[in-house]
Design a protein around this ligand. Structure first.
Ligand code: URP
Ligand code: ZN
Ligand code: ZN
Length: 471
């Protein structure tokens, strides 16, 4: 199978030029001017951008959490991702307490079997090193292509780990070449504040945000940075929301420490005003860390522009408003934490980042594709447009107007955080390893097309599949 994409504006993290691009089987084999080649499929891309398929390093599909299970399974979540121009994601395996990491990996892989619409990898969320997986077992994960360990410093009584577990995992990562990821909020302090709020009769969704103050995120972010530095492990702080967390990351990076930070689309657009909406509407905005004071929006734009934060992910963790969020109708602490967003990241960042003049097109590609691919061991197979890279491509129409709505999205979620927002610019054709997934708003591919990707260790490149012994 060959594909010729003619006359598109190819945009990578570093370059921006008009050319033809030729794909043979799964790989980009030629880029040049006026290529005189026959192809099984020709895509006319004049006036369109040709971008690398976006990489979302933070998603939760088919995940038990908060007394329920996220509403998008691998098929629906990845279908939504494909429509949004995301061709690879890294999902979180949550180690069930008392279970080995191998059993958890098997469980998560079997949930994906036959359902995959895009390529995927896994992070391992460590919850228990006493009765379940051991440090020795944890050390074996990178050779299986699971090259990042996640730790939750919040969700006391559920996923939260103590500092001993955090530090010991960091020490293993330093030896095995894994990247440590943290959900940085002080879970003990939050637990005290939640109990105080409920005792005072404050049960509405707004109290989710008020009991998780920015200081709790700032403190945990700084603690994780210091501990990772002590252990000699590289650290990636997920879903950064506020100045209090941006500042310690900026300081560590100024010092040249191996620290990176990510924020998510929703933190640029939502605020305390949303979670305060009446009639339980605010529950749609219950995710952690919580929505913040709107003054943080510009803090985050500035941080992604200046590379204090290096990635924008989605933290797609969708629950139905009607039937799942309602578990917490009378008690905000029982509202499952998480929100949808896997489909709208590229549209929203293009509209409010690039079109509004906050970041360049190159920087958008870097934040949504190249940096996550590099940090999570997928580059240069993924995350760029280059000869030898996999043909994960988005032909993006910068003129196409779309009004975002739950009634039109492909997630099973019954609401959209950006409902009613009109954007100019949207994917027109999305290819995964040279195969068309989505064309003109139609799904063209079938489940099973996506693959599990064995990721490279932190700082290492992922060689082309053909040259890898067992991909
Ligand atoms: O509220 C959120 N973010 N839910 C998903 C789990 C996590 O903390 O990332
Ligand atoms: Zn989290
Ligand atoms: Zn998450």
């Amino acid at each position: 199978m060959s594909v010729l994409i003619r006359g598109g504006r190819i945009v990578t993290a570093a370059d921006d030029y008009v050319a033809d691009l030729y794909v043979e089987d799964e790989t980009i084999t030629l880029i040049g001017e006026s290529l005189d080649l026959q192809a099984d499929k020709v895509i006319e891309a004049g006036g369109k951008y040709v971008l690398p398929g976006c990489v979302d390093p933070h998603t939760h599909l088919d995940m038990p959490f908060g007394g329920t299970v996220t509403i998008d399974d691998v098929e629906s979540g990845q279908t939504a991702a494909a429509f949004g121009g995301t061709t690879c994601h890294v999902d979180f395996i949550i180690q069930p307490p008392g279970q080995s990491f191998a059993a958890a990996l098997d469980d998560w892989r079997s949930k994906a079997t036959g359902k995959q619409m895009i390529d995927m990898g896994y992070h391992m969320a460590v919850t228990d090193l006493k009765e379940g997986g051991s440090l020795e077992e944890l050390a074996t994960l990178p050779e299986q292509g699971v090259t990042s360990y996640k730790l939750f410093m919040a969700y006391k009584g559920a996923l939260m780990v103590d500092d001993e577990t955090l530090f010991k995992t960091m020490e293993v990562a330093a030896k095995t070449g894994a990247l440590v990821m943290v959900h940085a909020e002080n879970g003990d302090v939050i637990d005290v504040l939640v109990k105080q709020a409920l005792a005072a009769g404050n049960t509405e969704p707004l109290y989710h945000a008020l009991t998780r103050p920015p200081e709790a995120e700032g403190e945990a972010t700084n603690r994780a940075i210091q501990l990772a530095h002590l252990a000699g492990a590289p650290l990636y702080v997920v879903h950064v929301t506020c100045k209090e967390a941006v500042e310690p990351i900026a300081l560590a990076r100024e010092k040249g420490w191996d620290v990176w930070g990510e924020t998510c689309t929703q933190y640029f657009f939502t605020s305390l005003e949303d979670i305060a909406k009446p009639n339980f509407e605010g529950a749609k905005y219950v995710f952690s860390p919580p929505v913040r004071d709107a003054s943080n929006h510009e803090v985050l734009w500035n941080a992604v522009r200046t590379n204090v934060l290096s990635v924008i992910s989605t933290d797609h963790c969708a629950f139905l408003w009607d039937g799942q969020k309602t578990l917490g109708k009378d008690d905000f602490s029982k509202i499952p934490n998480g929100g949808p967003g896997i489909e709208n990241r590229l549209q929203m960042i293009h509209e409010f980042g690039v079109r509004s003049g906050r970041i360049s097109l190159n920087r958008m590609v870097e934040l949504l594709a190249t940096s996550p691919a590099k940090l999570f061991g997928l580059y240069p197979r993924k995350g760029t447009v280059a000869v030898g890279s996999e043909a994960d491509l988005v032909v993006f129409d910068p003129q196409k107007q779309v009004t975002i709505a739950a009634s039109a999205h492909h997630s099973k979620c019954d609401y959209n955080l950006y409902e009613g927002t009109t954007v100019t610019g949207s994917p027109e054709v999305v290819l995964l390893r040279g195969q068309v997934l989505v064309e003109n708003d139609e799904l063209v591919a079938s489940p099973g097309i996506g693959q599990f990707v064995k990721r490279a260790r932190f700082g290492e490149e992922l060689k082309p599949a053909a040259k890898t012994a067992s991909a």
